[in-house]
Design a protein around this ligand. Structure first.
Ligand code: MSP
Length: 546
């Protein structure tokens, strides 16, 4: 049976400024999930892009003295370039200024209007341009005569005619959907659970303060005080609220309004990655718009935490914004990718520090994994004429291999040997890692693999194959073969995290390019496969010398 198609998304990024580490982080998570699912035989659609309308972007263009379209063309390109620098495997890159997207917004608006979900009124209240969000008076704090939103963004008083979306009608429905049992087709899952509780509490408070169905709980979805946006059909004095416009990108790319489009089969999205600051938009407004339009809501929204830089909040005014491009230049792409997902449990806040990055690069990547590969492959090169040795298993191997979960190919057993329980684990490592990735626990996935890498290092030390050359060459060959088999499995499941380096490792291991998905792990490489001379995988960095 074909595995289900997977749709994963990143937020689309504001083009008010150039990309920073936060943008790279959200997209990296989606990229790893997408790559992993592809290797596991799923059809995947992975979307990212840029959010180009609204007051915030219009103002950034003005500040730069540029026409908004020219400005967004330029800045959007920087985000597109970042996908290449970071090795992202997105299947599409959407810009909200594209005709396909404007058409989808107009179509969505019309459906909502036809269904009576939108009405004309007047908006009066506080608005933060930086967040492109409306805030209630009790959410604000005041400093030096200026009022601020909880995010720290200054707010301004807005009073203008506005269309409203009947959000009030959907809040109860949303609460029910968050709480549906696992596997229910209508469930909207918010992860981590702490975020779900936050969203629930926020809605419950609103319902308590204003009462179910109160227009006070409706959402202003158009503006008249500026023009950089998608015009409201039939009332061109209004442009659509930038979040309605932006959120719709996820269905635009799936073909909306053409629900017979080939890509529509991907909708609803399986995992929508967002930062913790934009949870409300993705778990309340977004599913409410969809349900009101008669469309299915996303299955899961996962909110990750925020990075600080060497203990400090990252901000432009502090001048400590981390440029992902510079980071990749200095430390190498895969070290950066590994660090970002290994250092911090996904969903929690974390601190970026150069020291922590270098420690992980030197200790885990260069020493534990890189050296293991280099030792094994050098020994095969020197002692086995550069050909993959066969690996009969003796009883003592079994004892050592068993607890460490090393994985043996079926050709590791002589025909008279009954299959050992370990044999099953060759195909099992991807499944163990999948458990973690299905919960978006990237750090745990890496822990699983690097735990095995540690065990394999213990095994090579115990068996000391370099010392067996003279005394027991058959055993030496078998030990090297087992380690080769293990390395192949590690490299295969690590490809989504470190695509470049693991591709180099699989080259060195002699694994053909068409035998690098998870299913291929069930077929061992033939004895005698020629292996190219090994080369170091990771470059250690000495921070003191840098
Ligand atoms: N345009 C909106 C999203 C619209 S989606 C329909 C937006 N854009 S953004 O460019 O401001 O932010 C994009 C992402 O970057 C958010 O998920 C945000 O959480 C993330 N990050 C921004 N700074 C961050 C850190 N310091 N750390 C981690 N992620 C951070 O919001």
């Amino acid at each position: 049976m074909a595995k289900p198609a997977i749709y994963t998304t990143t937020p689309i990024y504001y083009v008010n400024d150039k990309p920073h580490i936060g943008h790279a982080y959200t997209s990296l998570a989606a990229d790893v999930l997408a790559r992993f699912k592809r290797l596991d035989g799923h059809e995947v659609f992975f979307l990212t892009g840029t959010d180009e309308h609204g007051q915030k972007v219009e103002k950034a263009a003005q500040d730069a003295g540029e026409d908004p379209q020219a400005f967004t063309d330029r800045v959007s390109q920087a985000f597109r370039d970042l996908t290449a620098v970071m090795g992202f495997s997105n299947d599409d890159f959407i810009r909200t200024t594209e005709p396909r997207h404007k058409a989808a917004c107009v179509a969505l608006w019309k459906v909502l209007a036809e269904r009576g979900e939108i009405y004309l009124g007047d908006y009066e209240g506080w608005y933060a341009v930086r967040d492109e969000a409306f805030y209630g008076p009790d959410e604000l704090t005041e400093r030096d005569g200026v009022k601020y939103a909880p995010s720290g963004a200054p707010v301004e008083w807005v009073r203008e005619p506005s269309y409203f979306f009947r959000l009030s009608k959907w809040l109860k429905v949303l609460l029910e959907r968050y709480d549906l049992p696992e596997g229910h087709p209508d469930r909207i899952e918010i992860l981590p659970e702490s975020r779900r509780n936050e969203v629930r509490a926020f809605i419950q408070q609103g319902l308590k303060d204003f009462g179910e169905g109160s227009p006070k709980l409706d959402l202003s979805v158009s503006r008249t005080s500026f023009t950089w946006g998608v015009k409201v059909p039939g009332d061109e004095a209004h442009v659509m609220y930038v979040w309605l416009d932006a959120l719709a990108n996820y269905i635009t790319a799936a073909g909306f309004p053409d629900t017979t489009a080939p890509r529509w089969r991907f909708w609803p999205a399986d995992v929508q990655f967002v930062g913790k600051d934009i949870v409300r938009f993705h778990t309340i407004y977004w599913p409410a718009f969809l349900l009101a339009a008669g469309l299915p809501a996303p299955r899961r929204v996962f909110a990750h935490g925020w990075w600080t830089n060497e203990g400090q909040k990252i901000s432009k005014s502090l001048g400590n914004v981390i440029d992902p491009v510079a980071l990749v230049e200095e430390f190498g792409l895969d070290a950066v990718r590994y660090f970002l997902l290994r250092e911090v449990p996904f969903g929690q806040d974390g601190d970026f520090s150069r020291k922590a990055l270098v420690n992980r690069l030197n200790g885990e990547l260069a020493d534990a994994l890189g050296n293991l590969a280099n030792r094994v492959l050098s020994l095969i090169q020197r002692n086995c004429e550069g050909r993959l040795p066969s690996g009969d298993v003796d009883a003592s191997d079994r004892q050592l291999l068993s607890p460490m979960g090393l994985i043996l190919g079926s050709n590791s057993l002589t025909p008279s040997d009954p299959p050992h329980p370990l044999v099953g684990q060759l195909a099992n490592l991807p499944a163990r890692v999948a458990v973690e990735l299905d919960a978006q626990q990237f750090h745990s996935a890496l822990e699983v693999v690097f735990g095995l890498v540690r065990d394999a290092n213990a095994y090579i030390t115990q068996r000391a194959p370099w010392a067996l050359k003279k005394t027991d060459p058959v055993r030496m060959a078998a030990v090297l073969r087992h380690l080769h088999t293990a390395l192949r499995a590690y490299a295969t499941v690590l490809q989504p995290f470190m695509p470049e380096t693991m591709s180099a490792l699989l080259d060195q291991l002699g694994v053909p390019t068409d035998a690098r998905d998870f299913a291929a792990l069930a077929t061992p490489l033939a004895d005698g496969t020629p292996l190219p001379p090994p080369a170091p995988l990771f470059r250690k960095i000495d921070l003191a010398a840098a």
